[in-house]
Write a protein that binds this ligand. Structure first.
Ligand code: URA
Length: 213
C-alpha cells in the first residue's frame, strides 16, 4: 500500500483530472465537477448519489440542507465532517436533479473506485437507495437493508437513508439515521481496535474494486 502522502497526492491528481471530464453528457450542463471532500486518509467514507444545485454551484458534496443534516449526524457520533471523506456516485449534477442514468454511472464509477482505493476506509456508509443498490448489488430498497452491517470486500458497509429523504419524511427517518450512524461508529471503533480484521488484503481490495469497475 502506498504511503499516506502518495495516496493524498494521487487523490488530488485524480480530482484535478476529473474537473475536465467529458465522459458523459452531464459535462454539458454542470457548473463544476463535485469530486469529493474531507480527509483523504479517513477511516469512514460516505457515498451519496449525485450533486444537487448547491453542490454544483460550490463544487463540494453535501453543502445544501441535506448536507447540514449530514454534518449534524456526524457530529453527534463524534466525527466532525473534516474527519471523514464524502463523495457521490456521480460527480456532476443531473439536470433538475433527475435520477442518474446507467451510462452516466458507467462513465463515472471509475472515479469512485479510485477514491475508495486511495482513501482506503475501514467503514463505508452509503446514503440512500442509489449508492446502496450499486455497491451492495441489490435490488432491495434501503428500508429493508438498513440497520445492518455488510462485509464489503474486506471493509464494512453500513447503509442508511439519504439525508434528503430524512428532511422530507421527518423525525422517524432522522431517528433511523441516528441509529445507523451510531452503528457505523461502533463498527469503526471495533475495526480500529482490531486492525487485522479491518484491513483488506490486496486480493480483497481488487475484488472490491471489481464491484465498481
Ligand atoms: N445529494 C447527494 O446525493 N449528494 C450531494 O452531494 C448532495 C445531495
Amino acid at each position: 500500500m502506498p504511503t499516506l502522502e502518495a495516496r493524498r497526492e494521487a487523490l488530488q491528481l485524480l480530482g484535478k483530472q476529473a474537473t475536465g471530464c467529458v465522459a458523459c453528457r452531464l459535462c454539458e450542463s454542470r457548473t463544476q465537477v463535485v469530486f469529493g471532500d474531507g480527509d483523504s486518509a479517513a477511516d469512514m467514507m460516505l457515498i451519496g448519489e449525485a450533486p444537487g444545485f448547491h453542490e454544483d454551484q460550490q463544487g463540494l458534496p453535501f453543502v445544501g440542507a441535506a448536507g447540514q443534516l449530514l454534518s449534524r449526524l456526524l457530529s453527534e457520533i463524534g466525527l466532525p465532517r473534516d474527519q471523514v471523506y464524502i463523495a457521490n456516485v456521480l460527480k456532476c449534477r443531473p439536470p433538475g436533479n433527475r435520477d442518474p442514468r446507467e451510462d452516466e454511472v458507467q462513465a463515472c464509477k471509475g472515479y469512485l473506485a479510485q477514491q475508495v482505493k486511495l482513501v482506503d476506509p475501514l467503514v463505508v456508509v452509503t446514503l440512500g437507495n442509489f449508492s446502496t443498490k450499486l455497491l451492495l448489488k441489490t435490488e432491495s430498497g434501503i428500508t429493508r437493508v438498513r440497520g445492518r452491517v455488510y462485509p464489503w470486500w474486506g471493509r464494512q458497509l453500513v447503509p442508511t437513508f439519504h439525508p434528503a429523504a430524512a428532511l422530507r419524511s421527518g423525525a422517524s427517518v432522522v431517528g433511523a439515521m441516528q441509529a445507523d450512524f451510531g452503528l457505523a461508529k461502533a463498527v469503526l471503533d471495533r475495526a480500529r481496535a482490531e486492525p487485522e480484521q479491518g484491513v483488506p488484503n490486496a486480493e480483497q481490495l481488487d475484488l472490491g474494486l471489481a464491484v465498481l469497475e
